[in-house]
Design a binder for this molecule. Structure first.
Ligand SMILES: [Zn+2]
Length: 251
């Protein structure tokens, strides 16, 4: 009987030790900082239809769960995206999108854009889309054209390289006149004052080129959801500042 008890206790000890071992080992893995480290979603593991992708984005904005749900992986800052940080899809000079990422215009963004245009109309202004969703291929054509006209350094200030344009996300729109002549117009002022009410931000703010990577574009709005847009409007932060990320090409 004594011997039997000893065997039971011994077996229990072995089981306990065995149970502890994996936990001890996993303690040595790297904890990924959800703010600083790019979170790469499982885009490559399955092709996500545009409708599902839209719901991922909108639910991420509501709950902020996308970042924790997505697999954590260090990005090489090229085109491993899409990258979600704090549940927000980030596309800039640091964070790119694969050529195959082609969601089309986001349904939620389109719906809010319509509401915004209706509100502007009530205020006597005519807002319309000059440019919305752009494919990787289309961006490639545009960028190459600008490089041939202005040279690479100048083109990089106002045109994104293929895979690095927010227009490829389906969440960004150029309103009315995508040129410097839009600056200071009543439409531009209205957009800057009210777009956050509809979940949009002026993505490339004045005097923030060193942070956003792009020159001032008061016509380019990006849908981020009403909650975050309000936060950014109140803080005056651009998206890079809020997320704590850079916007620089690898080379
Ligand atoms: Zn734009």
């Amino acid at each position: 009987m004594k011997r039997f008890t000893a065997i039971i206790i011994g077996a229990a000890l072995i089981l306990m030790l065995a149970g502890c071992a994996p936990a001890g080992e996993s303690g040595g893995t790297v904890e990924v900082d959800s703010i600083a480290a790019p979170i790469v979603s499982g885009y490559y593991s399955s092709q996500i239809p545009s409708t599902q992708n839209s719901s991922v984005i909108s639910s991420a904005e509501q709950s902020g769960q996308a970042a924790s749900a997505a697999s954590s992986k260090k990005s090489d800052n090229t085109v491993n995206g899409p990258t979600y940080i704090k549940g927000i899809l980030i596309v800039n000079k640091t964070y790119g999108l694969p050529a195959s990422y082609a969601p089309g215009v986001d349904d939620t963004a389109r719906a809010w854009l319509k509401k915004m245009f209706a509100a502007a109309e009530n205020d006597g202004l005519d807002l319309y889309i000059a440019s919305g969703y752009r494919s990787y291929q289309r961006q490639s054509e545009l960028y190459n054209k600008y490089v041939s006209i202005d040279g690479k350094a100048a083109a990089d200030r106002y045109s994104a390289r293929p895979g690095h344009s927010e227009h490829q996300t389906g969440l960004a729109f150029d309103i009315n006149d995508p040129s410097d002549s839009f600056i200071g117009t009543p439409e531009s002022k209205w957009l800057a004052a009210h777009c956050y009410e509809y979940g949009f931000i002026i993505r490339y703010q004045q005097n923030k080129e060193s942070i956003t990577g792009f020159k001032y574009e008061p016509w380019h709005v990006r849908y981020v959801g009403v909650e975050l847009a309000k936060t950014l409007q109140e803080s005056g932060q651009c998206l890079e500042e809020y997320l704590g990320v850079t916007s620089k090409y690898a080379e």
